[in-house]
Write a protein that binds this ligand. Sequence first.
Ligand SMILES: [Cu+2]
Length: 121
Amino acid sequence: MKALLALALAASLAAGCSGSTPGPVTPQRDAQGNYVIHMMTSNQFSPKDAKVPVGANVTWAHDGGAPHNVVDLGTPSAFTSNDLGHPIGPGQSYSHRFIAAGIFHYHCEYHTGMEATLTVA
Ligand SMILES: [Cu+2]
């Protein structure tokens, strides 16, 4: 019984450690198979550090609140929701398919500090 308890404790500690390990997170997929990154009401992207496979279609979904956009910070910019011709509002989204590997740093131009990283590998 004591051994079992120790084992359970060790397992929960290990789980806690892996949960706090920094690194890219694979976003949840929607019914169409798109990887979904949320633009949260707190003016943050979630997951902030995301990873998807080459060929993935990524959808940035607006959770509500202030309008946002999505602009790759690379030169030239590899993707931008400004192609839509309007900010992304509540209930709206922006999608882009990534056909090549890369690490992309992007941000929302409307909110200082609203930035994130997407790794395509
Ligand atoms: Cu924003």
